[in-house]
Write a protein that binds this ligand. Structure first.
Ligand code: GRF
Length: 205
């Protein structure tokens, strides 16, 4: 069984999509062992509890980036999400992780980002896309490396930008696809169907 740890900061809709996918057997051989939020008030913690998953609030205030990452690693390991064995999902997690932590979970930590990377990394990606005037937007699931939103791309899905879109409308169209893409990436990982060679991630049938 693949033990999965999910790091969150907010709403938790991607977390919920992954949890529902494990519950209904779409993702096989994996279970979410723990959800950790840096924000004790995050809705995502309630989502975890609603699904019977351990929810941990780990406040980051006052900690250096390294000290906080060490605490995160402890909670993950205590819950069976071991480096080289488990899987860590960033799902709307708003803290930047230090290289020491990223290296520990190399090739076993994913993030979902609401743009077609490498376009529009960082915050408010949908706003960046609208301001740039692109006609196609989308979302990306990628492995995490020390540089933000820069790791090997696992899956992407495009959506159109429509006349009259504002940030909310475009974000909602992208989010619908995020909720399919993240569970698919976890499913492929759990089934051992992702092969990474340098920057290139291949999906095996
Ligand atoms: C999503 O748009 C995700 O792509 C981005 O942060 C947002 C998190 O939303 N990284 P939620 O907490 O999963 O609802």
């Amino acid at each position: 069984m693949l033990e999965v740890g999910v790091l969150v900061s907010g709403r938790g809709s991607n977390l919920e999509a992954v949890l529902k996918s494990t519950e209904r057997g779409y993702i096989k051989g994996a279970r979410v062992a723990v959800v950790i939020s840096n924000d004790p008030g995050a809705r995502a913690l309630m989502v975890a509890r609603k699904h019977g998953v351990k929810a941990v609030a780990l406040d980051s205030s006052g900690d250096s980036r390294e000290a906080y990452a060490a605490k995160l690693a402890n909670v993950l390991m205590e819950n069976g999400v071991a480096p080289g064995k488990g899987l860590v999902l960033l799902a709307g997690f708003m803290k930047i992780l230090p290289k020491s932590f990223v290296d520990m979970y190399e090739g076993r930590m994913m993030n979902i980002h609401p743009s077609l990377l490498p376009a529009f990394p960082g915050i408010r990606a949908q706003h960046q896309a609208l301001s740039h005037g692109v006609k196609v937007a989308g979302c990306t699931v990628h492995f995490v490396v020390a540089d933000v939103d820069a790791g090997p791309i696992i899956l992407q899905k495009a959506v159109p930008v429509l006349d009259g879109d504002d940030e909310d409308a475009l974000s909602a169209r992208i989010l619908t696809q995020e909720h399919k893409l993240y569970p698919l990436a976890v499913k492929l990982f759990a089934e051992g169907r992702l092969r990474t060679e340098g920057r290139i991630v291949r999906r095996e049938e």
